[in-house]
Design a protein around this ligand. Structure first.
Ligand code: BJW
Ligand code: ZN
Length: 257
């Protein structure tokens, strides 16, 4: 039994919309590192976030990689090791369950950890890339890495490989970004925003796009963020606890309704 009033209200609102639209609603899920916190993967900001001990500008920019590729690879290898040791949590599985129930069509994630994929989700837009993919800085070669490299891996062309993630000052993949905006404009009745601080652009702007096009915005986070002021419901707490409850009740309601 939920004691979270906001959660109960959000479920009722989505349930009403399901009835109004004869069961045909599209939920889009937008996630950030907070959804993986329950798996034991650190977030970026906050008291125990990665940026507490490491400077973003020394590690997550193209300039940093040019200056010291060994250092950058060392940091990414360390993070790959942490992720490989962890598993999707109840929030990732809840999202996947909602997708299997047909309510969620697409997931837009800023996370590079593959945990949505490992939880069985499909139609995943990894707009900040994937930590397990590397790309050549000289040619178009890309490859998946199964073990964290001990030194910067090299391409057959002689160029160095880099993590295929989006660093500060770099453009997001245009196709993925276009697809994400198109979905938010045309196929989003409800947007679930889970575990993101909402300060990194252009993703931070996506909830506004959905809202402008009539979507109900439901935010799940430990605390309020810049997205909270435009959200219809702000559900405070751990996503690994709240999402399973939200999804259970919604799916039950959907079947009953
Ligand atoms: C829980 C929880 C639990 C915890 N349950 N919740 C417009 C205005 C101002 C600045 C800009 C702008 N446009 C562009 C910029 C610059 C920059 C930017 O946004 N800077 C801001 C910081 C101000 N953006 C860029 O540079 C982007 N590129 C770009 O816009 O290019 C345009 C361009 C134009 C012309 C020429 C060239 C370019 C690229 C951004 C790339 C971000 N990259 C990173 C690293 C990815 C690779 C890697 O993993 O190493 O992406 S940075 C980092 O931040 C990572 C994340 O995906 C991203 C977002 O972080 P996230 O996921 O929100 O994590 P946190 O830690 O911030 O928050 C965690 C949240 O979870 C918190 O709210 C907690 O409360 C919550 N939480 N536990 C629920 N259990
Ligand atoms: Zn190459």
């Amino acid at each position: 039994m939920s004691v979270n009033n906001e959660l109960t209200k959000a479920i009722s609102a989505v349930k009403e919309l399901i009835v109004k639209k004869n069961g045909e609603i599209n939920i889009i899920v937008l996630t950030g590192s907070g959804i993986s916190k329950g798996s034991g993967i650190p977030t970026f900001r906050g008291a125990d976030g990665l940026w507490k001990n490491y400077n973003a500008m020394d590690l997550a920019t193209p300039q940093a990689f040019r200056k010291d590729p060994n250092l950058v690879w060392e940091w990414y290898s360390w993070r790959m090791g942490i992720i490989l040791d962890k598993n999707p949590n109840a929030a990732h599985y809840a999202v996947s369950q909602l997708q299997k129930a047909g309510l969620v069509k697409w997931i837009i994630t800023q996370n590079v950890d593959s945990l949505h994929d490992r939880a069985g989700s499909t139609n995943l837009l990894e707009v900040h890339g994937n930590i397990f993919r590397a790309k050549c800085i000289q040619c178009d070669f890309k490859t998946m890495l199964t073990i964290p490299p001990k030194a910067p891996p090299m391409c057959e062309c002689g160029g160095m490989l880099r993590p295929d993630v989006v660093w500060f000052g770099e453009r997001l993949n245009a196709e993925l970004l276009y697809k994400a905006y198109d979905l938010l404009k045309t196929e989003c009745d409800v947007l679930l925003v889970i575990g993101t601080s909402g300060i990194v652009y252009p993703v931070a702007d996506m909830p506004r796009e959905a809202k402008d096009n009539g979507a109900i915005i439901i935010e799940f986070n430990l605390e309020k963020t810049p997205i909270s002021s435009l959200a219809d419901f702000v559900i405070l707490g751990k996503s690994e606890e709240l999402l399973p409850e939200f999804v259970d009740k919604l799916i039950k309601n959907d079947k009953e309704g």
